[in-house]
Ligand binder design. Structure first.
Ligand code: NAD
Ligand code: UD1
Length: 338
C-alpha cells in the first residue's frame, strides 16, 4: 500500500517524501512540475537510497489521475499540489481557484471512484484570518481571509468538512502550517522560489549570497517588541515529520482531524535577521519600508493539539532553521539544476 503525494517534488513535499520513506512508508509521487524541477526527484532518491514511482501529471487531469489510481495500490493521499503566491493570486484569481479548488475536486472525485478515502491536506494558518488573536487554536472560527490564495485554502477546508459530513467513512486531516523555513541537513534539498521571493527567509538567503542588495522590512510600527511582524517559523523537516504522523492517523482511524503545525513560538523579522547573521556569519543589510498590504502584526500557533493527538512536536529551533537554509542556499546558489 502506498501514499500518493501530490506536489511531492515541491519544497514541503520533497522533504516529506524523504521522511516518509525513511520511516518505511511507500510513496507514489505526482507533480506537474509547474513550480519545481525534475532534479528534485534525484535529490530525494539520493537521500533515501532507492527508486520510487513518479508521475508527471496535473491534478486537474481526470484521465491521468485515474491511471495513477488504476496502476498503483494507493490507500491514502497527502495533498500538497497547489499554487501558493499570495500576490500572484490577487492578479490571477481564476487560475488560483481553478488549480487549487477545481484540482482538489477532481482529486477527491477520483479518490472516491477508487475507494480511497484517506487524505491529509496542506492548509495554512492564513485560514485564521485577520481577527483571531494568537496563540491560534484549532477550534477558533476560520474565514475572513484577505486574498484569493487564502480563500482557496479556506474553501478546500469547507469542501473536505462537507465531504466528511456526507460520508463518515472518510478519514481527513487538515494541517494548518505556520511559516515553514529551513532545509534538509544535507544541503541538497531546500526552497527554490521562482523570481523574486515573496517570503522572508528565501529573500534573506538571496541577500546573503549577493543576488539581492538588501532586505525590505515591511513595517516597524506594529504593536510588537521591535515593531516588526511576528511569526511562528517552523523547520521544514519538523513539518515533514508532522505529515508522517498525520498519515499514520488517517490510516488508522476514520474521522475529521484538524491540527496546527507550528512551534508555538513567535519571532520578529529582526529576530530572524539576527539569527541568520549569527548562523551564516554574513551581514544582512536591510531597510525599513512601509507595511505590506494584508499583513498582520502577530501570528503564532498553539501547538498542543498535535502533541496530544499525534504525539508530534517541532524539535528544531530558529538557529538550526537559519543554518540549514544557509547551507542549502550557499551550496545551491541557483537552486535545483535544470
Ligand atoms: P511548492 O510550490 O514548492 O510545491 C507545490 C508543488 O505542487 C509544486 O512542485 C508544483 O509543481 C505542484 N503543483 C502545483 N499545481 C499542481 C497541479 N495542478 N497538479 C500537479 N502538481 C501541481 O509549495 P510548498 O511550499 O511545498 O507548499 C506545498 C503546499 O503547502 C501548498 O499547497 C501550499 O499552499 C501549502 N502551504 C505552504 C506554505 C509555505 O509557506 N510554503 C504555508 C502554508 C501552506
Ligand atoms: C505569507 C502569506 C501566507 C502564506 C505564507 C506561506 C501574506 C500576507 N501571507 O505569510 O498566506 O501562507 O506566506 O507562503 O503574504 N517580510 C519582510 N520582508 C520580506 C518578506 C517578508 O519584512 O521581504 C515580513 C512580513 O511582513 C512578515 C514576515 O516577514 O512579517 C513573514 O513574511 P512571509 O515569509 O511572507 O510570511 P507570512 O506573511 O507570514
Amino acid at each position: 500500500m502506498s501514499v500518493l503525494v501530490t506536489g511531492g517534488l515541491g519544497y514541503i513535499g520533497s522533504h516529506t517524501c524523504v521522511e516518509l520513506m525513511n520511516s518505511g512508508v511507500d510513496v507514489v509521487v505526482l507533480d506537474n512540475l509547474y513550480n519545481c524541477k525534475k532534479s528534485s526527484y534525484d535529490r530525494i532518491k539520493a537521500l533515501v537510497g532507492k527508486d520510487f514511482k513518479f508521475y508527471e501529471c496535473d491534478i486537474r487531469d481526470r484521465e491521468g489521475m485515474s491511471k495513477v489510481f488504476e496502476n498503483e495500490d494507493i490507500d491514502s493521499v497527502i495533498h500538497f499540489a497547489g499554487l501558493k503566491a499570495v500576490g500572484e493570486s490577487v492578479q490571477k484569481p481564476l487560475e488560483y481557484f481553478d488549480n487549487n479548488v477545481n484540482g482538489t475536486l477532481v482529486l477527491l472525485d477520483v479518490m472516491r471512484q477508487y475507494g480511497c478515502k484517506k487524505i491529509v491536506f496542506s492548509s495554512s494558518a492564513t485560514v485564521y484570518g485577520m481577527n483571531n488573536v494568537s496563540p491560534l487554536k484549532e477550534d477558533m472560527e476560520v474565514g475572513g481571509v484577505t486574498n484569493p490564495y487564502g480563500r482557496t485554502k479556506y474553501m478546500i477546508e469547507c469542501i473536505l468538512k462537507d465531504l466528511y459530513t456526507s460520508d463518515n467513512s472518510w478519514s481527513i486531516c487538515l494541517l494548518r502550517y505556520f511559516n515553514p523555513i529551513g532545509a534538509h541537513k544535507s544541503g541538497t534539498m531546500g526552497e527554490d522560489p521562482n523570481g523574486i521571493p515573496n517570503n522572508l527567509m528565501p529573500f534573506i538567503t538571496q541577500v546573503a549570497i549577493g543576488k539581492r542588495e538588501k532586505l525590505n522590512v515591511f513595517g516597524n510600527d506594529y504593536a510588537t517588541k521591535d515593531g516588526t511582524g511576528i511569526r511562528d517559523y517552523i523547520h521544514v523537516v519538523d513539518l515533514a515529520l508532522g505529515h508522517v504522523k498525520a498519515v499514520e492517523k488517517v490510516r488508522g482511524e476514520e474521522g475529521l482531524f484538524i491540527y496546527n503545525l507550528g512551534t508555538g513560538v513567535g519571532y520578529s523579522v529582526l529576530d530572524v535577521v539576527k539569527a541568520f547573521e549569527k548562523a551564516s556569519g554574513v551581514t544582512i543589510p536591510y531597510e525599513i519600508c512601509p507595511r505590506r498590504a494584508g499583513d498582520i502584526a502577530i501570528c503564532y500557533s498553539d501547538p498542543h493539539k498535535a502533541l496530544t493527538e499525534l504525539n508530534w512536536k517541532a524539535e528544531r529551533g530558529l538557529e538550526e532553521m537559519c543554518e540549514d537554509s544557509w547551507r542549502w542556499q550557499s551550496q545551491n546558489p541557483d537552486g535545483y539544476p535544470d
